[in-house]
Write a protein that binds this ligand. Structure first.
Ligand code: G4P
Length: 283
């Protein structure tokens, strides 16, 4: 379920998160590996204080493997541990528990003689809606249970789940995305992180078609037999895609909307290939 981020929701989510953060030793932030910048929460780093953070680049099966490496290295250069993961098929999952233990190990040493009893490290998963938090929790815990609701405030009745020798909160922390930047909005829309009622589907698909024509023209050629050279109008690209699929309406016109839906569906499902829409800074 998708939420509308009204200021009240954000304030509530922030309040709840602050309470939950007190319970854990490590925070696991899930981001979408296709948009590691846009799918990060703007305020999280400021809220976690000194607690260690592990970044999970989820949906790594959909993103460009070269850029997965580059993003992992980028986060490492910022002193943040990062792991590329595919939560649907379980790839990369086995690296998470050792990484959490390593992060806590560092902390324990720095705590010195604080007198805390040794216990299993506790962590919680946080992230904006649709990045795959529920899939990751289910993967880690081996459970098949339903999706956690994308609503701030569903922390009642939380439980700890034992995952190897760490403990994980069974409900993820829901974070709000960056709203102000229209490029971020576009990337959240194109990857399916925001629901379709809140953006112009043809505009988003058109912008995507231009990006593909610029950087990956051969994929458009292979998939839609589309020769995009010299075409700079998104409408024309969508029209050619629609024509290729036979989306013709009365009067022989192409159904652009249908072409837009198809392009977004194929892009999001990885049918068009693996893409990373954002490069690490300086790359
Ligand atoms: P959330 O809790 O953060 O809101 O996200 P959730 O786990 O519900 O996952 C959101 C969507 O992302 C789901 O697709 C899920 O299948 C997909 N997903 C999660 N992790 C991965 C991954 O590592 N790789 C790929 N390819 N997809 C992933 P959906 O279409 O919304 O729902 P569903 O019908 O597939 O469950």
């Amino acid at each position: 379920m998708e939420i509308q981020w009204f200021p009240g929701h954000m304030a509530k989510a922030k309040r709840i998160l602050k309470e939950d953060l007190k319970l854990v030793d490590v925070i696991i932030e899930v981001v979408d590996a296709r948009i590691p910048y846009s799918s990060r929460n703007p305020d999280l780093m400021g809220m976690i204080g000194n607690k260690p953070l592990l970044v999970i680049l989820n949906k790594a099966d959909l993103s460009d493997p070269d850029y997965n490496n580059q993003w992992e290295n980028y986060f490492k250069s910022k002193k943040l541990e990062a792991i590329a993961v595919d939560s649907v098929h379980g790839v990369g999952i086995s690296k998470i528990v050792p990484a959490v233990k390593k992060l806590v190990g560092n902390k324990t040493i720095s705590l010195g003689s604080s007198g805390r009893l040794p216990r299993a490290p506790r962590c919680m998963i946080v992230g904006i809606p649709n990045v795959g938090k529920s899939y990751l929790i289910n993967r880690l815990s081996g459970r098949k249970s339903a999706k956690a609701e994308n609503k701030p405030g569903v922390t009642k009745g939380q439980q700890w789940i034992r995952v190897a020798d760490i403990e994980l909160l069974d409900t993820p922390g829901i974070l709000w995305p960056k709203f102000e930047d229209s490029d971020v909005g576009y990337r959240l829309a194109v990857t399916g992180a925001v629901k379709e009622q809140v953006y112009d589907l043809e505009f988003v698909a058109g912008r995507l078609s231009l990006w593909l024509a610029k950087y990956y023209p051969s994929r458009l050629k292979d998939r839609f037999n589309l020769d995009s050279e010299g075409i700079s109008e998104p409408q024309s690209l969508l029209e050619m895609i629609g024509k290729n699929r036979g989306f013709i309406v009365q009067g022989g016109k192409v159904d652009i909307y249908k072409a837009a839906v198809l392009l977004l569906k194929e892009f999001r499902g990885g049918i068009l290939g693996r893409y990373t829409l954002e490069r690490p800074p300086g790359k």
